[in-house]
Each structure stands twice: as C-alpha cells, then as structure tokens.
Design a protein around this ligand. Structure first.
Ligand code: DC
Length: 226
C-alpha cells in the first residue's frame, strides 16, 4: 500500500490539499485532525474530566471512532453518529489541541490510523504522520505558511460557513495551537528529517497542489493528472 504523508501546522491548507491530491490519485484521504477533534467533542459533550487518566481510559474503552470515505469525502462517526460538521468549531479546535497531549488518546488513535494505512492507499494529513504514525511513508511532505497567512485562510473558511469570529481571534488561536502542538512532549509537530518542506505563504491552492504532485511524481509514484 502507498502512503503519502502530509504534516504541518493548522491553516497550512493540508486538509484541503490532501483531499484534492487523494482524489487525483484515486486514494483515500485520512484527515487525522478530525480524529482528535472527535475525541475532544466526546469529552466536551459528556463533561469528561480528561485530566484524570482513569477517566480517559474508561471512556476510550467505551467509544468507537470510524471513518467512511465515499466520493472522495471523509465522514467521521462517533459511536455510529455522524459528527463531521459538529467538530469544526473554534472551541473544538482548541480542545483537540489540549487533549492531543494525552498519551492514552494518542495511543488509541495510533492503532486506528495504522490499521487504515495497512489496508488502503492513502493521502494522510496531520502533525506526526511522517515522524511517528507512518515513519516509512512513501512520500513525506511538511506543509507550512506564515501564521498571518494561515489565520486569514482559516478566518475566510469559518466566515464562509456562517460562523461569527474575528481575524485577531483566529490569529491568537493559531499561535496558541502552534505553541501547544510544537511543545508537547509526545509526538510534537515537527518536520521529519526526510520530509520535503513546502512553504505555501505565497502559493495559492492550485499552485500548492501542483508543487506537491511534482514531489510525488519525483518519488516514482504515478499520477494520472488528466
Ligand atoms: O488539523 P486540525 O486542526 O484538525 O487538528 C486539530 C488538533 O489535533 C491539532 O491542534 C493537534 C491535534 N492533532 C495531533 O495532535 N496530531 C495529528 N496527527 C493531527 C491533529
């Protein structure tokens, strides 16, 4: 099975770009941020004291998280209920970053991610795919951009979905999340030594896709870009 790993900070566009590339390649796209968001959503809805290790373990043992890919779009289920849209709020963004430091949460999701990678050709995006989850991925890309550019993108995305927010609020959240994700002890956000760095601060979506496709092709993986 072929794995294309795309890691990077929030707002680098990795989820959107991964989706487009997966579609072009006929691969499944796995947005791993959605997995952390789903656990955060569960903890929030059920008022779980996630600072208590025993509470975390007890609850993780009783939930199921699964992904369904249809028409190149990912739907995420928590105990059989579709939560795809519900996990896209600022509150869940921050909480998912907070709970992603919990070793038991990472362990729980690690198994799920590796199981998917074993059975499918995938374009998988996250923070630690190239470093921890699938260190032998066929292609590793680290996609990043200036924090202000990323904040502007996220702001536009949320506004177009009808959510009320401000640019400053988003920039602050992005900076906080970067800090959390880079400084956590386990599996921090980090470029793998053998990942290719792409800074797309000055590239639009189409150019970024083009650049990544060139990288993938150079690795000897065929893409039919008709
Ligand atoms: O990509 P995203 O914004 O949907 O991710 C939400 C949070 O989940 C992110 O702030 C950190 C965590 N995360 C992680 O720790 N490891 C991953 N592979 C993906 C996401």
């Amino acid at each position: 099975m072929i794995t294309i790993a795309i890691d990077g900070p929030s707002g680098s566009g990795k989820s959107t770009i991964s989706k487009i590339i997966a579609k072009k390649m006929g691969f499944i796209n796995v947005d791993t941020g959605a997995l952390y968001r789903t656990i955060a959503y569960f903890f929030l809805e059920n008022k779980i004291n996630y600072k208590e290790k025993s509470e975390v373990l007890k609850n993780l043992n009783n939930i199921s998280v699964s992904l369904k890919n249809e028409n190149f779009s990912q739907t995420i289920f928590l105990n059989g209920v579709d939560v795809t849209q519900k996990i896209r709020t600022n509150e869940i963004s921050m909480l998912s970053s907070e709970i992603s430091v919990i070793p038991e949460v990472r362990q729980f999701l690690l198994k799920l991610q590796r199981d998917i990678a074993e059975k499918n050709n995938i374009v998988i995006d996250g923070r630690d795919i190239g470093t921890v989850v699938i260190p032998n991925a066929d292609v590793k890309i680290f996609l990043t951009a200036d924090p202000k550019v990323r904040a502007k993108r996220r702001y536009n995305q949320l506004i177009s979905k009808g959510q009320s927010t401000t640019f400053d609020e988003i920039l602050e959240l992005i900076n906080k999340r970067d800090y959390n994700d880079i400084h956590r002890k386990i599996s921090p956000l980090k470029k793998a030594n053998d990942a290719i760095l792409v800074d797309n601060s000055n590239l639009n979506q189409q150019d970024t896709v083009y650049k990544l496709i060139e990288i993938i092709k150079k690795k000897g993986i065929k893409i039919d870009t008709k």
